[in-house]
Ligand binder design. Sequence first.
Ligand SMILES: *[C@@H]1O[C@H](CO)[C@@H](O)[C@H](O)[C@H]1NC(C)=O
Ligand SMILES: *[C@@H]1O[C@H](CO)[C@@H](O)[C@H](O)[C@H]1NC(C)=O
Ligand SMILES: *[C@@H]1O[C@H](CO)[C@@H](O)[C@H](O)[C@H]1NC(C)=O
Ligand SMILES: *[C@@H]1O[C@H](CO)[C@@H](O)[C@H](O)[C@H]1NC(C)=O
Length: 200
Amino acid sequence: MDAVKSFGGKYATLVAKHNCGFTTWPTKVNFKDVAGETVPYNYTIAQSPVHGKDVIQSFVQSTDKYGFGHGFYYSVVVNNYLNVQLAHVRNETAAPGQVGITTDVYNDIVFEQLEELWGNYGNLTEIWFDGGYSGEQKERIQALLHKAQPDAVIFNGCQDDGTCVSDKSIRWIGNELGHAEEENWSTYVSITWLKRNDSN
Ligand SMILES: *[C@@H]1O[C@H](CO)[C@@H](O)[C@H](O)[C@H]1NC(C)=O
Ligand SMILES: *[C@@H]1O[C@H](CO)[C@@H](O)[C@H](O)[C@H]1NC(C)=O
Ligand SMILES: *[C@@H]1O[C@H](CO)[C@@H](O)[C@H](O)[C@H]1NC(C)=O
Ligand SMILES: *[C@@H]1O[C@H](CO)[C@@H](O)[C@H](O)[C@H]1NC(C)=O
């Protein structure tokens, strides 16, 4: 947070789950594996040496303390723990440690974990999909966004065909170097803002 403050940042975005599938919050989600058995999503902070902590919660407390907004990264198209690439369970035998599921079950897990992340940790300034989302996921994600985080801006919220999951989608700056050429803006048209200013 001191680093964010030092460059005049207004909010911070934390990785809640990257492609490996490990969640930095203790998710409560259970699901049916390919054998039909209900099992816990047990690749989380709760099974790690720092069990008992919720890194997401600590992060939100820190951003609040500094008066910053907060956001989360959660990749919805890759999960190595569940053998998922491109939003589909791979057609290959699960490696040791991976849990076999169907793609439908995978999409339920994504949705339920997003419900936890978007429902239990306050208002998000920014949400990162990274790698986008699949057509099968779009409708539910869109509805949940609308219900739980209507004001968040969405990184990677548009598909190649130009359709977006939110009217507040923002784009990649085009490199991984951490800076963009000046001036280079990614703007969105906020329906909320338009409504508020309707009378003008
Ligand atoms: C997690 O769940 C899997 C599948 O049920 C099981 O094989 C594994 O032992 C569990 N791991 C932990 C740390 O509980
Ligand atoms: C999965 O791969 C095996 C072996 O290559 C193939 O026989 C099978 O048809 C594939 N299944 C699907 C659903 O693609
Ligand atoms: C979250 O945003 C909504 C408006 O979308 C507002 O009503 C609510 O008070 C905010 N909650 C917090 C904790 O800031
Ligand atoms: C801004 O960044 C985008 C994404 O890399 C790029 O396509 C665009 O050309 C850039 N615009 C300017 C004016 O540099």
